[in-house]
Each structure stands twice: as C-alpha cells, then as structure tokens.
Design a protein around this ligand. Structure first.
Ligand SMILES: Cc1cc2nc3c(=O)[nH]c(=O)nc-3n(C[C@H](O)[C@H](O)[C@H](O)COP(=O)(O)OP(=O)(O)OC[C@H]3O[C@@H](n4cnc5c(N)ncnc54)[C@H](O)[C@@H]3O)c2cc1C
Length: 498
C-alpha cells in the first residue's frame, strides 16, 4: 500500500450521479475536503478525434459489456465525466406515473411535485436543456416525422442539453467543442475550482467502513498524467459515496460485503436495461443524417399501450454494421447503402425483476445476469412492426429488421408485416440488442428487506457508505434517465451531512 489519503467525503465515479452529488454537497458545505476517484482516464475535449475506432476507448470494454447469456450488450462511459462524456443529451423528466409508484411502493416521499419541479427547473437551467429549432432537423428526423404522421402517429420534439452546438453529430464519440453540457463541461470545472481533487485512472476495488481500496492504473497515452504512483492505494473518508454506475456500484458492494459485514440479498438485483434495437431502412437517395443534431423528434404514442418509445437516431458505420442482422456478402451489400439509411431507435420499458442482476464471478469481475421477459419480447416485436411501417410510410424501399424472416423487407412485404416480423423469428443470439440506460441494482426504498439503500442513499447495515447514481432507481424510469439520476444525486448531496 503506497499511501493513505484522507478526506471528509470521497465519491467513486465522476459521471452524472457523482459530479451532480458533489456540486450539491458543496453548495451546502463549501469547506469540506472532497475527492473523486474515477477509474477512467482524464480525457479532455481535445482528445476526442471523431474516429469511431479510437473513441471506443471512452467506453467500458470498448463499448459493450455482454450479458452472461450473450443476448444484450450494455454501454457505459469509462472516462472523466462518465457516460455524460458520450451520451447524446436527450433530456426527459421522470414521468409522474413513475414518481407516484416510487412514492407509493418504495416510500420515496421526498419526491413531492414541488421538489421534483423546482429541482429539475434549476438543473435544466444550469445545463441548458432546450428544444431544438426545426431548422436543425436533418433528413432522418424529417423523414421520421413524415412517416409517423402519414400513419397518424403523433410525434414530439426532444429536448437536449447543449450550448453553442455546432451540429457535428458526434455526441457519442465525445463532443469536440464542449457544447454538450455533461459533467465534463458543467460540474467538473466548477467543483475542481472549489478545491475538489479528482484522481483519474483510480479504480475502486472494494470499500470498508471509512476506507477505500483502489488500484491506480497507468494513464493511457495522450491523456492527462496521474498525480499518484501506479499501484495499490488506500483512501479514508468520513463518508464514501458510490457513483460508479449500474455495472460497477453493485459490483463494488458485492466485493465489499464481507468487509462491511452486510449480507443483503438485494444487492445487484432488479436491474432494468431499457432494451433497445437500432434499426435501419434504405431510402432511394442519399440522406445527410450526419448533418444537424442526430435526434430531434420521438414518439411516445405506444408507451402506455405497448411499452415502447421510438426515437430518431444516427450511428456511425461501425455501430451500424453491428446493428444490421445478416452476415457475409449480403451484409456487405447492405452496408454499401449506408449513405441512404434512415434510422430509428426502439426503447422498450422493462420491469424490475429479482432475477435480473449484476453479480460478480470468482475473480470479482462484473457479470450481467439478465433475461429478457415475455413482456419485453412482445414489446420489441410490436415496436419492430410499427417502426417498419414508419420506414415504409417515409418512403424507404427496404427495411432491415432483426426478428423478421426476411432480410431486407421490401415494399411488397408491407401487407404481411405481422407475419414476417414475429416472436418466432426473434432469435436473441443473432440480434444486436443493446442498452445504454441501465438502471437499478442498489434500490432505494423504505423497506430494508426489499431494497439496499435507505431514503438518504445510505446502504442499509453500514455507517458511512452511500450511493447516488442510476443504481438507486427502484424500477425503470421508462425514459432516457440522466435527468432522474441528477434529481436523486441532488437529493443525496443536499442531505448527506445532516
Ligand atoms: C452512448 C450513451 C448514450 C446515452 N444517451 C443518453 C441520453 O441521450 N439521455 C439520457 O438521459 N441518458 C443517456 N445515456 C444514459 C446516461 O448517460 C446514464 O443514465 C447516466 O450517465 C448514469 O449516471 P451514473 O452516474 O449512474 O453513471 P455514469 O455517468 O456512467 O458514471 C459512472 C462513473 O463511475 C466510473 N467508475 C466505474 N467503476 C468505477 C470504479 N470501480 N472505480 C472508480 N470509478 C468507477 C465510470 O468510469 C464513470 O465515470 C446514455 C448512455 C450512453 C452510454
């Protein structure tokens, strides 16, 4: 052990939860000595080169951690700023039905209408959440709107958190101009000015009461150098706040259970993934989807009846190749039409179920143990059918859909969409199901037999260990989650020193 560094509060993770928490902690307690330990490197916007292959380094496992059954890949950021360095910035408030359920079933009474509205008004103002002008719609957004409206499906405009956006469209590879108002641009500069020390490449292995065991890894070439020597270090703090995201916060707690003397069967349980397919149609002429903001419109028309949202999307060639079913020559031929592809993201609402969990293997590595439920499969199939109709109604000649028995589908197939796209063709081993919105695993709730953290974010059975990230969600929030993560992190930050 090389060092013993002592702070009042140490936060594990500099992403949406960790940096928001720290910001609000400091507003009430400006004299505290605070550190953030971040496993990812210190990348700045100058490092983002818009090259897909290089920028996979901003993600865990270069972009996807596969579930144990190999059916779904989960994406999360592993860099200063966490997933906010690579998120798109699509901004949703939590639906009131979800908040009501969290209050009634899990006792999160502090989420009064007044607290939620006031908090999110402030947060949205500070990170510049706004609707984008119609003039920013690129071909993809325009066609989605046309297709949906031809079918009588209402479309709404998305809100985004950007400032002086140059419409480069590379949000998921890091914003080169710093327009995206994630933690890298808003909270991290603010809190470091106020004295918070951030240690990057510092991976937290386990925690005990008031103690954190870490390994400092070598800083990758081209990133900011470390201030600590490589190797094992121990930190101590009066309070330790885990904000390592849904993949890692439960894993750290599971690795620490013996050290903490806790044996809570709920740790890692009830994760939801907001399972997603990104699918493509082929238009008759080139589409300049790389211009303008990648996403400006969506539809929640099927949310209540069929459990899914449709959002517009734009992905780079590598991810698009992964997203398209098929192999070999056929796949090669399809990719030649990349410049003509229209794209829709399907997001399905999944239920929080006990058997879906983050666990660890014998070496302490993360294992995602997640099985898609019958309801989620049904939602996916219905969403694939409806999205296919939108592609054709927008004028696409062909549609490329996982879960169909024909690739590609052509305009003549429109009459038989229900037969061609069905659950019997949804082979999850051959379809690129993904998740960028993992939630839960360290549930907040009033009943310690059903949850892991109390209403202050403190882990039941501990004195000094708290959580403030997306793993607190008792159930899926059903919309893109970052604003809700900020809301809960704000609450924990405001109340932890009381
Ligand atoms: C590609 C992509 C696009 C997205 N787009 C949107 C969007 O448009 N709108 C939206 O609402 N949401 C979006 N999300 C989801 C959103 O980013 C997350 O919900 C949110 O960031 C979760 O916050 P968090 O604090 O839980 O985790 P994160 O923001 O991921 O932060 C976790 C941090 O902990 C660090 N860490 C992990 N393990 C350790 C360890 N052992 N030791 C130290 N540090 C550790 C990580 O490196 C990371 O910095 C997107 C996510 C991705 C990946």
């Amino acid at each position: 052990m090389k060092n013993n560094l002592t702070f009042d509060v140490i936060i594990v993770g500099s992403g949406v939860g960790g940096a928001t928490f720290t910001d609000y902690l400091l507003r009430k307690n400006p004299t505290l000595k605070i550190a953030i330990l971040e496993s990812g490197p210190h990348n700045t916007k100058e490092n983002f080169n818009q090259r897909e292959i290089d920028m996979t380094a901003l993600y865990y496992n270069r972009g996807a951690v596969l579930s144990k059954n190999l059916q779904i890949g989960v994406a999360a950021g592993n860099t200063l700023g966490g997933s906010s360095a690579v998120y798109t910035g699509v901004s949703f408030r939590p639906p009131s039905s979800v908040i009501e359920n969290w209050k009634n079933e899990f006792g999160l009474e502090f989420l009064s209408d007044e607290y939620v509205d006031k908090s999110l008004d402030e947060i949205e103002r500070e990170i510049s959440v706004h609707e984008l002008p119609k003039s920013w719609d690129n071909d993809n957004n325009r066609l989605f709107q046309e297709g949906a409206e031809n079918l009588g499906i209402p479309v709404k405009r998305l809100k985004i958190n950007t400032k002086n956006c140059q419409q480069q469209g590379f949000c998921n590879l890091g914003c080169t101009t710093g327009a995206k108002q994630g933690t890298l641009e808003v909270q991290i500069p603010k809190i470091t000015k106020l004295g918070v020390q951030i240690f990057c490449n510092t991976k937290v292995i386990s925690v005990a009461e008031n103690t954190i065991n870490t390994i400092v890894l070598e800083a990758p070439e081209g990133t900011e150098p470390n201030t600590l020597e490589n190797g094992s270090h121990q930190f101590t703090a009066k309070k330790i706040v885990l904000a390592a995201g849904v993949l890692n916060t439960p894993a750290i707690l599971l690795r620490s259970a013996k050290l903490l003397g806790i044996n809570n069967k709920n740790i890692g349980r009830y994760i939801t993934l907001h399972p997603a397919f990104n699918i493509n149609g082929i238009y008759h002429k080139n589409l300049s989807n790389y211009k303008g903001f990648p996403k400006t419109v969506y539809s929640d028309h099927f949310s209540k009846s069929d459990n899914f949202y449709l959002e517009t999307s734009f992905y780079f060639p590598g991810v698009t190749a992964k997203n398209i079913s098929g192999y070999g020559k056929l796949h090669q031929e399809i990719m030649k039409s990349y410049n003509r592809m229209m794209s829709i993201l399907i997001l399905t609402h999944d239920k929080a179920e006990y058997h879906n969990r983050i666990t660890i293997d014998k070496k302490g590595n993360i294992v995602i143990d997640y099985t898609l439920s019958k309801d989620s499969k049904k939602a996916l199939v219905k969403a694939l059918q409806e999205a296919t109709k939108v592609f054709f109604a927008a004028g696409c000649e062909q549609v490329l859909v996982p879960g169909s028995n024909k690739l590609p589908l052509t305009r003549e197939d429109q009459k038989s969409i229900k037969n061609l796209i069905s659950e019997k063709y949804l082979n999850l081993y051959k379809t690129p199901l993904s998740s960028a919105h993992p939630q839960g695993g360290v549930r907040m709730g009033i009943d310690k037999n059903k949850s892991v953290c109390d209403l202050s974010g403190k882990v039941y059975g501990t004195n000094s260990i708290y959580v403030c990230d997306a793993s607190l969600f008792p159930t899926s929030v059903n919309v893109n989650p970052y604003e809700t993560v900020m809301l809960l992190a704000k609450w924990v930050g405001e109340n932890i020193m009381k």
